[in-house]
Write a protein that binds this ligand. Structure first.
Ligand code: UDP
Length: 369
């Protein structure tokens, strides 16, 4: 099977590419590297077993020509390309909306044209400011006013969901929508606000662990391996077509408790420090107080629900960050050193791994030298 992953150089996308390659599939990726990185795919390009089945195109999903060629080539599409991260969306309000809404529309239109099954990535953000738990797929979505741009991300992903369902109903497109709940794991960067990589980096460097607000807000984190397993199973399940499905983890934890748990695991001298929201975010910012998924629908549809607990998630992330403080092969070649992976975008274009050009997509040529 040929799988196209939009946003495949991102955190979830690179793990999904790996999972599909390990299953023996051919994987095609389109990514504009706005928040993703070819470093996430380097190990797959270096392994001859996976490299020959991995095809990478660096381009945006807003560019119809390469996207059309790729969707026409592949059997199934996983659309992950989107603006991600609270900080990124606050910093880039317009491009975030356009990428999410126009990019998804383009993917859906071409999937309808070529009659290809597609999975659209959505987010637990679409539920908005609910405090009850667990959240089920049929719950209302509750947002603040449009003057608070915080809600534009949720609203843009909700438009993606409406558009996907409309394509399903009006054009009979086989589509499945996944709402990811705080997916975390190795290779996630804290650069765009995500809490676990940020706390781990702070703890490893004995810096204050920046807990926003009171720290009493809660989240339920999902190991990226579980998220990928859920995606693959949903795509293999005919009954999942036309459905919206939560994909989320098992343990609800407050952010303050999370800070303490990471500090203990790392063996750090760092202390949690409460930081008022207005010191980090614009005045209109509003945080979600609680977010717990029901995964009953996922279980009924696929027989699977996430199994990896938070301790394992944290152990994996901490191990990754400890290793990441060693210079990578590519950095050594370029005479650079790895530093704080949260702070310094180190992989410039000149350091990019070889990728297949778009013109070599169909011919299966080996990566360019
Ligand atoms: N958070 C925090 N300190 C940080 C980064 C995030 O206290 O350095 C909090 C954030 O305010 C939120 C939670 O951690 O309550 C999860 O944040 P993240 O950005 O990872 O995900 P999301 O807000 O989308 O759930």
């Amino acid at each position: 099977m040929r799988v196209l992953i939009t946003g495949g150089a991102g955190f979830i996308g690179s793990h999904l590419a790996e999972a599909y390659l390990n299953r023996g599939e051919e994987v095609f990726i389109i990514d504009d590297l706005s928040t993703g990185s070819l470093d996430n795919l380097l190990h797959l390009q270096q392994d001859p077993e996976t490299a020959q089945r991995l095809f990478i195109t660096i381009d945006t999903v807003l560019n119809a020509e390469p996207l059309s060629e790729l969707i026409g080539t592949c059997d199934v599409v996983v659309h992950l390309a989107a603006a991600v991260g609270v900080q990124y969306v606050l910093d880039n309000p317009l491009s975030s909306i356009l990428t999410n809404v126009q990019g998804t529309e383009k993917v859906l239109e071409l999937c309808a044209k070529f009659r290809k099954k597609v999975l659209i990535a959505s987010t637990s953000e679409v539920y908005g400011k609910h405090a009850h738990a667990p959240l089920i797929e049929s719950d209302d979505c509750v947002y603040g006013p449009s003057t608070k741009s915080r809600w534009s991300y949720a609203a843009s992903k909700l438009i993606d969901e409406f558009t996907a369902l409309a394509y399903h109903m009006s054009r009979n497109l086989p589509v499945c929508i996944v709402r990811f709940f705080n997916t975390v794991g190795p290779r996630q960067t804290g650069r765009y606000g995500m809490v676990i990589p940020r706390f781990v980096e702070q703890a490893l460097h004995d810096r204050p662990i920046t807990v926003y607000g009171t720290g009493q807000q809660t989240r339920t984190f999902t190991h990226v391996r579980d998220s990928c397993e859920a995606v693959m199973r949903l795509l293999d399940t005919p009954e999942a077509v036309g459905e919206v499905v939560n994909v989320g983890g098992i343990e609800e934890i407050s952010i303050l408790e999370l800070a303490h748990r990471i500090r203990t695991k790392v063996g750090s001298r760092a202390e949690p420090e409460l930081v008022p929201y207005d010191q980090v975010f614009p005045p209109y910012f509003e945080d979600m107080q609680r977010r717990v998924p029901s995964t009953a629908k996922l279980k009924v549809l696929t027989g699977f629900s996430p199994i990896i607990d938070l301790d394992q998630v944290l152990d994996d992330v901490i191990a990754h960050h400890r290793n990441a403080s060693q210079p990578t092969e590519r950095q050594l070649l370029a005479g650079l050193h790895a530093h704080d992976i949260d702070g310094i975008p180190f992989a410039g274009q000149a350091l990019m791994a070889p990728v297949r050009s778009r013109s070599s997509l169909m011919s299966g040529e080996l990566p360019l030298p």
